[in-house]
Design a protein around this ligand. Sequence first.
Ligand code: SF4
Length: 328
Amino acid sequence: MSSSQEQYFREEVPHNDFLWSHTRHEVFQSCLRRYYYAYYLAWGGWLDSAPAAVRELYILKRLFTRQDWVATHVSMAIAHLLRSGTRPMTPGLLAAEAGGIEARQIENMREEFLHSRSGAFRADPVHMVGLFEHVFEVPVTAADWKQTVDRLALAIRTFAGSTLAQDLFALPKERLIFIDRPLTSILNGFKVRAHPSLLILDHGQMHLYLWEAHPEVALTSLRERLAIHACLADTRNRTAVNPVTDPDLPVLATAYSPLFDESYTLEFTPTDIGNTREFIVNSADEMLFPLAKPEENDPGDGAAFEPSPSPGCAACPFHRVCPAAEKS
Ligand code: SF4
């Protein structure tokens, strides 16, 4: 860390409070140096006063690959659909509503694409989207870009025509406890966040959903994510939804692929929820080890955050600034 960066972190930025998430856990497990760039050195890069190096790391941290980009838009589109409309909804009305949302979402994607390609997003990286492929000049054909956007159309149409959508629209709206909202809780003193796509109350049972619009998904990571979402949903909502919910009933968690109209559902019993809580707390504890002052979430000079060069470095947004990248 340069002396101007040290002064900046000491005097100008808001305090960097520790916030555990599954993404943070995965980055920590994959490469400590990447973790250090993303969660410490990029901190405060949104401020106008940020040194150029911090700003650049912040921009890199927030880049989307085109797969993540379309998955985010799919989630937003389904959230818009669920928030809108009367209930019960006929299949015809649902298709018409989805068509309007699809057109607006594609227009948003078109604007984001242009701002990313021109580099205009750099002026406001908090609100504007930068795409990994543009920043690193990854060759992507026009047909591939079209296929990316077509995936949004396919996903929203498939969801709107699915049995799942019919079931969700048949529920009274108040059973949809929340739609596309982050959940935050404190577990053993650690602040923890997860972001399920939907949480409903179904026959007295909590059921959360995750829209998974990536064509290929790592199953282990998906299982972990569902468990963490279930744990947070349980911790945050168990009391709020009592007495409707039987505390002994498991929390249901479904990953739904709107690309393939396929669901993957797991049940999490109170014992499973307890185990997941332990997993989160152990992971958060582990993240404190490399810190110079764990109680202040202060990483010190970063020397303890060793790089782990691997073939995965090519997909790391920090490979341009990481000295270890060329050894991978
Ligand atoms: S380029 Fe590789 S070694 Fe460097 S931070 Fe990224 S993943 Fe880690």
